[in-house]
Design a binder for this molecule. Structure first.
Ligand SMILES: Nc1nc2c(ncn2[C@@H]2O[C@H](COP(=O)(O)OP(=O)(O)OP(=O)(O)O)[C@@H](O)[C@H]2O)c(=O)[nH]1
Ligand SMILES: [Mg+2]
Length: 302
């Protein structure tokens, strides 16, 4: 009898927690849609807004960090290892890491954020067959931005094994922000890995690149006549709904805290170069996010 009562209580607690999770997710979806609706503007205005964000980002990373990265208690050893083994210079540089499975678009995003084409001699290798196996570090082409480094951390295979040891092995807590470049749907490894990162209080975001393909397919199928900001908002809202459902299915309330930015590498590169892309997705929010998270983990209050 007592057991049955306990079981009932547990069941009620689980129901309550599910209800809360769904509530948070609904709020998140509403916020996402409101923010997407802002994209329903003249593309020239959106470009100007992006340029302001880009200039803010560049001004932030142009000078050496005001202070070294602050890692959670107990992680000092990993920070030391990162400095020694990965040659991560956290005192003098901002270090952003792009993590993820093969062919999710990590290298393309890295080139885009550096404002270089995939065929540039210093570009991260991109392509159907060109796979990056080792951790690689990339500088910005302009030496004025020598204090910002972008790391390509391929997760193929390793990410699937053990999120904790992967996290420690790759010294991930020493980065300013971890960007998980995800496939079309979130895999269990990505979910486990994200939860692990949250445990270490690590700034983390999901990015789904290749949004332009979604719109391009819709055009080919005849669902839309052309790719414009109106179509972008409609499709981003659909992608957002699908993402929220995935998080709901994963049944891990912690994941509610992780944002997901839907972007296109092609749009991001054009925007960084101050050129008008075919369409603008969530590139501005993504850039603002990594800058703000870096400030957060360096205890910089703006
Ligand atoms: N249309 C479109 N294609 C993209 C985008 N991002 C990446 N791609 C293509 O997707 C493929 C894989 O991109 P990569 O940047 O090489 O992906 P990766 O994650 O670095 O791949 P590996 O290093 O092999 O693990 C390439 O053919 C890219 O051209 C995008 O935003 N839009
Ligand atoms: Mg690559």
């Amino acid at each position: 009898m007592l057991n049955l009562l306990q079981y009932d209580k547990q069941l009620e607690a689980t129901r309550q927690s599910h209800k809360e999770t769904i509530g948070v997710l609904k709020d998140q979806l509403t916020d996402m849609k409101e923010s997407n609706n802002k994209l329903h503007q003249n593309i020239n205005d959106l470009l100007q807004q992006f340029i302001e964000s880009r200039n803010d980002f560049l001004a932030y990373v142009k000078e050496k960090p005001e202070q070294d990265i602050v890692v959670p208690e107990g992680m000092e050893e990993i920070l030391r290892k990162a400095k020694e083994q990965l040659k991560l210079d956290t005192a003098n540089c901002f270090n952003f890491a792009f993590v993820g499975h093969t062919k999710t678009g990590k290298s393309s995003l890295i080139n885009a954020i550096r404002g270089i084409r995939d065929n540039h001699p210093d570009a991260a290798k991109v392509g159907i067959t060109e796979t990056t196996h080792d951790i690689s570090r990339y500088d910005f082409p302009d030496p004025e931005y020598k204090h910002v480094k972008i790391y390509d951390i391929p997760g193929a295979g390793t990410l699937t094994h053990d999120a904790t040891s992967y996290y420690h092995d790759k010294c991930l807590c020493a980065f300013d922000c971890l960007v998980i470049v995800a496939q079309d749907t979130l895999g269990q490894e990505e979910i486990d890995f994200a939860i692990q990162s949250l445990r270490f209080n690590q700034p983390i975001a999901f990015v789904r690149s290749r949004c332009d393909i979604v719109l391009d397919n819709a055009r080919k199928l005849g669902d839309i006549d052309e790719i414009n900001q109106e179509a972008v908002v409609t499709y981003l809202n659909q992608l957002g709904e699908a993402y929220v459902k995935e998080i709901q299915r994963a049944n891990k309330p912690e994941l509610n805290k992780i944002p997901c930015f839907f972007v296109s590498s092609y749009s991001l590169r054009s925007l960084i170069l101050g050129k008008k892309p075919e369409a603008i997705y969530k590139e501005q929010e993504f850039l603002d996010y990594i800058k703000n998270k870096s400030k957060y983990c360096r205890n910089i209050v703006s």
